[in-house]
Ligand binder design. Structure first.
Ligand code: AMP
Length: 406
């Protein structure tokens, strides 16, 4: 089945082809005909599966040509909003449809100007959208297609009351699509309230992690975490590495320590200004920075192609964040490696991740690394070769785990 046979408009098919996509992904195959049929949808799909195009392509087909604001896409973070805006613009480049993005942390002027010029599609984060609505800049009474993307993350970030206020202002006669990696009761309640006879689409197991990713846990004493991170970076043949920390403070600290050792590092967390965040992302995308240190909220759903490795400097507290972090690599069926440094304190969090994803992750010991003893190392007993390519690393000894060498 190709994009041509799914009922999409010629403009949209042309747009997709110009992006270099050849075949639809499984979620696109399932979702595109359903969205075209006008049905409400609940989509549970692992990250990096092509979800954005799954809703964007049929919505663009239905909008067809410029005619006023009719589609609203709500996103939890500015980065995701910017990314989805770019996707809509790319896919619609052979039509005269217009897309505008609005999010907080930047001035109102440019957004107001863009809104005044008129748009068909609005991609927004909830807080700034409400501000514009209260100022009378936006009327949602004409919205025919509403997408609630990453709904569980909007819930985690405390946006649910805002989301409900926004939905109340949308036209009653509309199509609503909700995407969420998990289905906590609050989201189930939202679906009942905001969607009509929704069709559910679940691609793969709701909790599964991208299958193309190789995982490993590196047990280590807390005092040696940074040293082990350095050793891993030194022995890895990476294209680009995304390092996750639990806190903004830790992200800043790890980044400045790496910088001091001459690594080209970007930092992404919510205390940084919008310009700093955009610069970090652009630099990471372009290869100016080979390493990016980020917190979960900032990095959720980010699409940065070519990430060969994700390193969890800290074990995520919420198991679903593990799935999302790992989803940064192995996007759209590319391969990548995912490593998690684990101290004794973090072992219970790893156990809950393993329960959540329904698989155990091999414990690996880095060869020729001068480990100090920690009780957590006892879990590595027989796994020192790990699940990865064993290659002569530097000096022909350590092993490297690069899957995509430069
Ligand atoms: P998403 O899950 O929407 O964030 O998409 C993940 C990545 O897959 C993005 O880089 C998309 O551009 C890419 N992508 C989406 N659909 C396809 C497709 N059918 N073929 C190849 N790449 C795709």
């Amino acid at each position: 089945m190709s994009f041509q046979n799914l009922g999409l408009s010629d403009d949209v098919v042309h747009g997709v082809q110009s992006m270099g996509y050849i075949d639809p992904t499984p979620i696109q195959l399932r979702a595109i005909p359903l969205v075209l049929s006008g049905a409400d949808i609940i989509g549970a799909s692992q990250t990096g599966t092509g979800k954005t195009a799954a809703f964007a392509l049929p919505i663009l087909t239905k909008l067809a040509k410029h005619g006023g604001l009719r589609a609203l896409i709500l996103e939890p973070t500015r980065e995701l909003a910017a990314q989805v805006e770019t996707a809509f613009r790319d896919y619609s480049r052979f039509s005269n449809l217009r897309t505008v993005v609005i999010y907080g942390g930047v001035g109102y002027g440019k957004q107001l100007e863009e809104l005044k010029r008129g748009t068909d599609i609005l991609v927004a984060t909830p807080g700034r959208l409400l501000d514009h609505m209260e100022q009378g800049n936006i009327d949602l009474g004409t919205i025919e297609h509403l997408v609630l993307d990453e709904a569980d993350r909007m819930l985690d970030m405390g946006f649910m009351p805002d989301v409900r206020r926004i939905i109340e202002k949308c036209r009653k006669q509309r199509q609503t699509c909700l995407f969420s990696a998990t289905m906590p009761p609050e989201i189930a309640g939202l679906c009942e309230w905001a969607l009509k006879e929704p069709q559910s689409i679940e691609i793969g197991q709701r909790r599964s992690v991208a299958e193309s990713v190789k995982h490993a846990i590196y047990p280590v004493a807390g005092t040696q975490k940074f040293e082990l991170l350095l050793a891993l970076l030194e022995r890895t043949h990476y294209d680009s590495v995304l390092i996750f920390t639990r806190t903004k403070h830790a992200a800043d600290r790890v980044a400045s320590q790496l910088k001091a050792l001459n690594h080209a590092v970007a930092v992404l967390h919510s205390n940084r200004s919008q310009n700093e965040r955009l610069e970090a992302l652009a630099g990471f995308r372009s290869g100016k920075y080979e390493v990016m240190v980020a917190t979960d909220i900032a990095a959720r759903g980010l699409d940065v192609s070519g990430i060969s490795h994700v390193i969890n400097y800290d074990v995520p507290q919420h198991p679903e964040d593990y799935v999302h972090r790992i989803g940064r690599t192995g996007r759209a069926e590319a391969t990548g490696d995912a490593f998690t440094l684990m101290t004794a304190d973090e072992a219970p969090d790893v156990a809950s991740i393993e329960r959540f994803i329904g698989q155990s992750i091999p414990r690996v010991k880095l060869e020729n690394f001068a480990y100090v003893y920690s009780v957590v190392l006892d879990s590595t007993k027989s796994a020192s070769a790990g699940a990865h390519n064993v290659r002569g690393g530097r000096a022909g000894k350590g092993y490297s785990f690069g899957v995509r060498r430069k």
